[in-house]
Design a protein around this ligand. Structure first.
Ligand SMILES: Cc1cc2nc3c(=O)[nH]c(=O)nc-3n(C[C@H](O)[C@H](O)[C@H](O)COP(=O)(O)OP(=O)(O)OC[C@H]3O[C@@H](n4cnc5c(N)ncnc54)[C@H](O)[C@@H]3O)c2cc1C
Length: 241
C-alpha cells in the first residue's frame, strides 16, 4: 500500500522474485491507495535504493541465469516524496502492461539466443564426437534432432522479429508478443533438452555449455508471464469480439 501523509507516501508491503533488486540503485514499485479499486487503483512509484524503511532479502539457490540476482523487496513504513508517483494516480496497471507487453518480446529474444547457442553447441559436438565407428553427425537420429532444433529456432526468431516489427511500426502487437514469448521459450527448453541429449553424459556436467543452457532456459517459461498466462492472453485477444 501507499498512503499519503504530509507530502509523502508511506509504503508498506512485500514483493518477492524481483530481478536485480539486491543491486538496484532505484526501483519502481506498484502500490495501491485503496484496495477496493482493484487493478484500477494501482500507482507506480519510484523508490531510491537506499530509502529508509526499504530492505531487500537476497534469494539464494537459483537454478539458472545466475549472473543476475533476485530478491524479496520489503517496505516497512518507507517514506518517499509524493511527487515520486509516476504520472498520475490509478495508471499503474496500464503502465505495467505496457512494459510487460514489450518485455515479452525481450524474453522471447533471450529464448532464441539460448536455442541458437544450444544448436551451435550440438552441431560442434556432433561433428567432433566419435561413437560406434564414426562421428555422431553421421547418425540419422542425431541429424533429425539437429534439424528439429534448427527449424524451431528459426520459427521462434521470425516470431520475435515479427512482433518487434509491429511494435516499431506503432501497430497492435500484444497477441504477437505473447505468441513469440510462448513459442520461443518452449523452443529454448526443447533445444536445450535436445542439445543435452546429443552431448550424452558429458552434457550433464558443467564444463559443457549445454548444462547451463538447460538451466537458463527453464525460467523463460515462467517470468514475464508463464506459458499458461501467454495462452490466456492470446485466446482472450482472439475471442474478445
Ligand atoms: C528468476 C525469476 C525472476 C523474476 N523476476 C521478476 C521481476 O523482476 N519482477 C516481477 O514482478 N516478478 C518477477 N518474477 C516473478 C514471475 O513473474 C512469477 O514467478 C511468474 O509470473 C509466476 O507467478 P507465481 O510464481 O506467483 O506463480 P503462480 O501464479 O502461483 O502460478 C503457479 C502455476 O499456476 C499457473 N497458473 C496460475 N494462474 C493460472 C490461471 N489463471 N490459469 C492457468 N494457470 C495458472 C501458472 O502458470 C504456474 O504454472 C521472477 C521470477 C523468477 C523465477
Amino acid at each position: 500500500t501507499a498512503i499519503p501523509a504530509n507530502g509523502h507516501l508511506v509504503l508498506n508491503g512485500t514483493k518477492t522474485y524481483i530481478s536485480n533488486s539486491p543491486d538496484a540503485g532505484v526501483i519502481v514499485t506498484m502500490t495501491t491507495h485503496d484496495r477496493k479499486l482493484g487493478y484500477k487503483g494501482i500507482d507506480a512509484i519510484i523508490v531510491d535504493g537506499d530509502a529508509d524503511g526499504k530492505s531487500v532479502n537476497k534469494l539464494q539457490g537459483k537454478m539458472g541465469i545466475r549472473a543476475s540476482t533476485v530478491g524479496e523487496v520489503v517496505f516497512n513504513n518507507c517514506h518517499v516524496p509524493a511527487n515520486n508517483l509516476i504520472n498520475e494516480e490509478n495508471l499503474g496497471f496500464r503502465q505495467t502492461m505496457e512494459v510487460l507487453n514489450a518485455s515479452r518480446i525481450s524474453i522471447a529474444a533471450q529464448s532464441v539466443g539460448i536455442a541458437q547457442a544450444s544448436l551451435e553447441a550440438s552441431v560442434e559436438y556432433a561433428k567432433n564426437r566419435s561413437a560406434f565407428g564414426g562421428p555422431l553427425s553421421d547418425k540419422q537420429a542425431i541429424q533429425n534432432m539437429i534439424a528439429d532444433i534448427a527449424t524451431d529456432t528459426e520459427a521462434a526468431r521470425q516470431l520475435v522479429m515479427h512482433s518487434a516489427s509491429l511494435k516499431d511500426a506503432g501497430l497492435s502487437y500484444h497477441t504477437e508478443a505473447s505468441m513469440a514469448k510462448l513459442f520461443a521459450s518452449t523452443t529454448a527448453m526443447k533445444a536445450a533438452h535436445t542439445a543435452l541429449q546429443i552431448h550424452g553424459g558429458a552434457g550433464y556436467f558443467s564444463p559443457t555449455p549445454v548444462e547451463r543452457y538447460f538451466r537458463d532456459a527453464r525460467v523463460t517459461e515462467i517470468y514475464e508471464g508463464t506459458s499458461e498466462i501467454q495462452r490466456m492472453v492470446i485466446a482472450r485477444n482472439l475471442l474478445k469480439d
